[in-house]
Every structure is written in structure tokens, then in C-alpha cells.
Design a protein around this ligand. Structure first.
Ligand SMILES: [Zn+2]
Length: 161
């Protein structure tokens, strides 16, 4: 086992066991539950919402999704498309202001083969990037640090929306 595997193993295990434990669609569940802080649901708009990714690729990794449970872009109506992109740009601006990244990766994985963890409910990723962040990521993101920083980050972003 390499040093990198050892650092990432606890994180992966939590992801696998967590995914198995949860039944149904994560996005539909958090929207219905009304436990926004606990579920890291950051912002609700009319047709779309934003939540922190509990298993982030990087600090500040957000997910933006329509409320409706659907998996194809062309199934969204015009209002949903507009709101989805309005929330997306609002959240990107928020991250820019608070975390001051050097850039962003933003995108959609459609279908499990393309890397979608939850293929049946469309969601867009907003991932802030810093120069050389790939170098410190494996060192910084142990399980404990992720859960602490997620709560702190939620509060930090939430009060600035
Ligand atoms: Zn859903």
C-alpha cells in the first residue's frame, strides 16, 4: 500500500458505507427533510438548490441541482434551466468572494459511465481550484479534517448568501 492509499482509505470507506446505508435519492431526501444545516443544504431557490458535497474533491466543492428528480437536461423546462444557472453563478460568485480561488471546474456528469455518483438526479459540480492544490489535497483531506471544515465552511458561506 502506498502512502497515498493509506491517507485516502478512511475517506473511501465512509463514502461506500454511507452510500449503502442511504435508500432512495439523496437530493430528493435532503430537499424534503428540511434539516438544511445538518444536510449541508446551503441555498434554496425557486426551482433549484445548492448543497455542499459531503465528499469533496476540493474545499468548497458545491452541488447545484433542480428540485425535480430527472436525469436529462432536455427534460428541464425553461424556468428550471434559468434558475439552475442563476443559482450556479450566484454560488460561484459566493465562493469567489469567500474562498478566493484561482479558478473553477464546473460541470455535469451525465450517467454512471461518465462518473455521476447519483445518475438519476441531475446535478452540477462547482469545484474551486487553487494553484498547486493537487499537491496538498491528499495530505490535507483526512476524514476528520473534512467533516470539521464542512461545518465551518457551511456557516461561512451561509451567512454571506
Ligand atoms: Zn431525486
Amino acid at each position: 500500500m502506498t502512502k497515498m492509499d493509506a491517507l485516502w482509505a478512511p475517506w473511501r470507506m465512509e463514502y461506500i458505507t454511507h452510500a449503502k446505508r442511504q435508500k432512495g435519492c439523496l437530493f430528493c431526501r435532503v430537499v424534503k427533510e428540511n434539516k438544511d444545516k445538518e444536510n449541508l443544504l446551503l441555498y434554496r431557490s425557486r426551482y433549484a438548490f445548492c448543497m455542499l458535497n459531503k465528499f469533496p474533491y476540493n474545499n468548497g466543492h458545491l452541488l447545484v441541482s433542480p428540485y425535480r428528480h430527472l436525469c436529462e437536461m432536455d427534460k428541464l423546462n425553461r424556468d428550471e434551466v434559468l434558475d439552475l444557472f442563476a443559482v450556479l453563478s450566484k454560488m460561484q460568485a459566493l465562493l469567489k468572494k469567500i474562498l478566493k480561488p484561482d479558478g473553477f471546474n464546473m460541470g455535469i456528469n451525465l450517467g454512471r459511465v461518465a462518473g455521476a455518483g447519483i445518475p438519476h438526479h441531475l446535478h452540477m459540480h462547482v469545484v474551486p481550484r487553487w494553484k498547486e492544490d493537487t499537491n496538498f489535497m491528499p495530505v490535507v483531506f483526512s476524514t476528520k479534517i473534512i467533516s470539521q471544515s464542512l461545518e465551518a465552511l457551511y456557516d461561512q458561506l451561509h451567512k454571506r448568501i
